[in-house]
Design a protein around this ligand. Structure first.
Ligand SMILES: Nc1ncnc2c1ncn2[C@@H]1O[C@H](COP(=O)(O)OP(=O)(O)OP(=O)(O)O)[C@@H](O)[C@H]1O
Ligand SMILES: [Mg+2]
Length: 314
C-alpha cells in the first residue's frame, strides 16, 4: 500500500493517470447513485464497454476498489461531492444549492439548465472558483479547491478558467485589443513579447481581428460577446464557463456564439454552459438539470444541435 500512497503523493493532476487503462475511468459499479453522470456518456474506444468494466470492478478486492476510486476522483477535471451553498444575509438564509454530486471530464460540453432562481449561476460561480461552497468538496484536476488560499484561487482562475457572461462585461471606452489583453496583465510571469500574438490568435478564433482597434462601445452585441470570448480564450484555459452567453443576443448572433463554443470544444476545451433555454442547452453533449438548488437530472443529449455559420444544421 505504501507504493500506492507514494504514487498518490506524487500525482499532480489527470495527466499523471493518463496511462491507466481507459476502462478504469469509464464506470465504477452500481452503488454510486447520482454521482455517476458519465454512464450514459461512454465514448467507444480501445477500452472496455462500461458493463464489462463494472463486472471487473465489482470483482476487485476492497483495497483495489478504494485505490481506483481515488484515482477516479483525481482523473476528473471537476468533481463535486455534497456541494451546497447557503447565502446568509443578516440571518436570512437562502439555500441556493444543495448536495450536488457530479463529475465533469476533460473535453466535455455540459449545459446547466433550470428555471430562474434554481441555482445555475451559483453553481457556475463555485465551479469557476469565484465563490466558495458552504458545504461539500470541490476537486479541480484532482485538487481539493476548498483548501486553496486566495493566491492559488486567483492563479487557477487566471491560468485554467475562462469566463463569458450574459452582459459581456467588457471595459467601456477601451479598445478591443486592451480588453482581450486584460487577463495577460494579471500574469505573474508576463511574456510581453508573446502577448500580441496571443491576443491576435484569440481574436482570429472569433473572427474579430478586423475590429482590433475599435472601442468596445463601437461594437454590436454579438461582436462584444465574440470579443468577450476572445478575452476568455487568451490564456488558453482548460475550461470555459459561459453564463447565458446568448441571453442578450438575437438568434443569429446567438447561433454564431454557439458555433464558436462547439468549435472550441472540438479543439479540446471543456465547455460548461449555463442557460434556461432547452434549445441552447441542446448544443452541448450533456445536460445537468437544476431545480430549487438540486440536481434533478443528468442526461446525455440524444439529438444534439449543431450551429453552423448562423444557420441550424440539425
Ligand atoms: N448573494 C445572494 N444572497 C442571497 N441570496 C442569493 C444571492 N445570490 C443568489 N441568491 C439566491 O439564490 C438562488 C439561486 O440564484 P442563482 O442566481 O444561482 O439562480 P439562477 O438559476 O442563475 O437564476 P437566473 O436564471 O435568473 O439567472 C435564488 O433564489 C437567489 O435569490
Ligand atoms: Mg443566473
Amino acid at each position: 500500500m505504501e507504493g500506492f500512497a507514494q504514487l498518490l503523493r506524487e500525482a499532480r493532476g489527470p495527466y499523471f493517470f493518463s496511462s491507466f487503462p481507459s476502462f478504469l475511468f469509464s464506470s465504477f459499479g452500481g452503488n454510486d447513485g447520482p454521482s455517476l453522470p458519465q454512464r450514459g456518456q461512454y465514448r467507444p474506444g480501445p477500452g472496455l464497454h462500461p458493463q464489462s468494466a463494472d463486472m471487473i470492478f465489482t470483482s476487485l478486492p476492497l483495497r483495489d476498489k478504494i485505490f481506483y476510486k481515488i484515482i477516479h476522483i483525481m482523473s476528473s477535471l471537476i468533481q463535486v461531492q455534497n456541494l451546497s451553498k447557503i447565502y446568509d444575509n443578516e440571518g436570512v438564509k437562502t439555500t441556493a444549492l444543495s448536495n450536488a454530486d457530479f463529475r465533469i471530464e476533460k473535453g466535455e460540453f455540459v449545459s446547466i439548465m433550470g428555471p430562474s432562481g434554481s441555482g445555475k449561476s451559483t453553481l457556475m460561480q463555485i465551479l469557476g472558483l469565484l465563490d466558495k461552497p458552504s458545504e461539500g468538496k470541490y476537486f479541480f484536476e484532482g485538487r481539493d479547491t476548498t483548501t486553496f488560499d486566495d493566491d492559488t484561487l486567483a492563479n487557477f482562475r487566471n491560468k485554467k478558467i475562462g469566463f463569458i457572461f450574459q452582459a459581456f462585461n467588457l471595459l467601456p471606452r477601451t479598445s478591443v485589443y486592451e480588453n482581450v489583453e486584460l487577463p495577460l496583465l494579471y500574469d505573474e510571469e508576463p511574456e510581453n513579447g508573446k502577448n500580441k500574438g496571443k491576443i491576435m490568435a484569440a481574436l482570429q478564433a472569433v473572427d474579430m481581428e478586423h475590429r482590433v482597434n475599435y472601442f468596445s462601445n463601437q461594437l454590436s452585441g454579438g461582436e462584444k460577446q465574440r470579443v468577450a470570448i476572445a478575452r476568455a480564450l487568451v490564456n488558453n484555459p482548460d475550461v470555459v464557463f459561459a453564463d447565458e452567453p446568448t441571453g442578450n443576443l438575437d438568434s443569429k448572433s446567438g447561433l454564431r456564439i454557439m458555433k464558436i463554443l462547439q468549435d472550441l470544444n472540438e479543439t479540446g476545451h471543456t465547455i460548461i454552459l449555463v442557460t434556461h433555454e432547452t434549445y441552447t442547452a441542446e448544443h452541448a453533449k450533456r445536460i445537468l438539470y437544476l431545480k430549487d438548488g438540486e440536481i434533478i437530472a443528468d442526461d446525455p443529449v440524444k439529438n444534439r444541435r449543431f450551429a453552423h455559420n448562423g444557420e441550424l444544421l440539425k
